[in-house]
Design a protein around this ligand. Structure first.
Ligand code: COA
Length: 283
């Protein structure tokens, strides 16, 4: 554990006695977020549709620290409020409380408008947007009691018109709107609400689907793909007291990629730009 990248930046007991409720916690990104929280002393409930995956993720997390517990709760579909109410009850029964909520459950596939049925569109909006709403709804009493913090998982697709992602962009735009409104409504009871928008994160199902084999690194201003650690570090910050005055924001973690716009397709970037940056500056 001492080699953990999280301990190079943060205090080991930053989240001691805290408890996080993480939907989609068996997925690549959210599992790393959960690992970061456990490393810093937070107990975690991993919520998923697939019981085996949720249990397996929890048993991996239980190897990190002896004084911290992780539990896996399967058979929970975020589209069903009753499933989440049951998962919240089990979490509170077993871990005592909920301080942090990550609404990470999401669905994604590549589909152009013509191939997208109304049910396919609804399915993604239901999982991502309604599922995020249901998660906060089910956790509300705990969030209120403990002055908790919510983290939605958004994206950057809706900042421009990303093809093949109309369903996901629409759902994530809704998540940003929900996040903003809840930040304003729940602020007076001490609950902070933010979203995180990952860019191209290597070794994830989402990146494999969207990059379709062509490397994108050169088109990202920081010249590399993001990692799940990058998302986890931003998550720690937003849950920590260092962010105690931050609510209603979307933290983009994408190496500056979304600013690229149409330059994504030109040779100007980065080859010609790098040549120019190597010259003496003109004063
Ligand atoms: N292209 C077009 N439509 C698709 C599709 C694809 N690749 N995959 C699913 N759909 C459509 C289905 O055809 C169905 O619509 P229809 O009834 O009109 O035929 C609708 O979406 C619902 O699909 P279904 O598989 O019944 O829904 P589900 O609730 O079981 O699962 C997903 C939905 C999105 C979770 C599922 O597609 C999936 O498992 N995706 C991979 C996992 C994933 O998305 N992980 C997140 C990575 S970021």
């Amino acid at each position: 554990m001492s080699s953990s990248p999280f301990l190079r930046v943060w205090q080991p007991d930053l989240f001691k006695d805290k408890v996080a409720f993480v939907t989609g916690g068996s997925g690549t990104i959210c599992k790393r977020q959960a690992e970061a929280l456990v490393t810093l002393g937070c107990s975690v409930a991993i919520i998923g549709r697939n019981s085996e995956k949720a249990t397996a993720a929890a048993s991996e997390l239980n190897q990190i620290r002896e004084d911290v517990r992780a539990i896996g709760i399967g058979d929970c579909d975020v589209r069903k409020l009753d499933d989440l109410v049951r998962a919240v009850k089990k979490t509170v029964d077993e871990l005592g409380r909920i301080d942090f909520v990550i609404c990470g459950a999401a669905g994604n596939f590549i589909a152009d408008f013509n191939s997208l049925s109304a049910n396919a569109f609804k399915t993604v909006v239901d999982i991502d947007l309604l599922g995020s709403f249901n998660t906060v709804k089910a956790c509300y009493n705990e969030l209120k009691k403990n002055k908790g913090v919510v983290l939605f998982v958004s994206a950057t697709f809706h900042y421009y018109g990303v093809p093949f992602q109309a369903h996901v962009g629409a759902a994530k735009a809704g998540i940003d709107a929900l996040s903003n409104a809840l930040a304003v409504e729940l602020g007076p009871i001490g609950v902070r609400v933010n979203a995180i928008a990952p860019g191209a994160i290597g070794n994830t199902e989402g990146y494999r689907k969207l990059s379709s084999g062509s490397p994108m690194q050169k088109k990202i201003p920081l010249q590399k793909l993001g990692s799940t650690d990058d998302i986890a570090q931003a998550t720690i910050f937003l849950f920590s007291n260092a962010a105690q005055y931050i609510t209603g924001t979307v933290q983009i973690v994408d190496g500056g990629f979304w600013h690229m716009g149409p330059l994504v397709t030109t040779e100007l970037y980065p080859e010609q730009l790098l040549k120019r940056l190597a010259r003496e500056p003109k004063l």
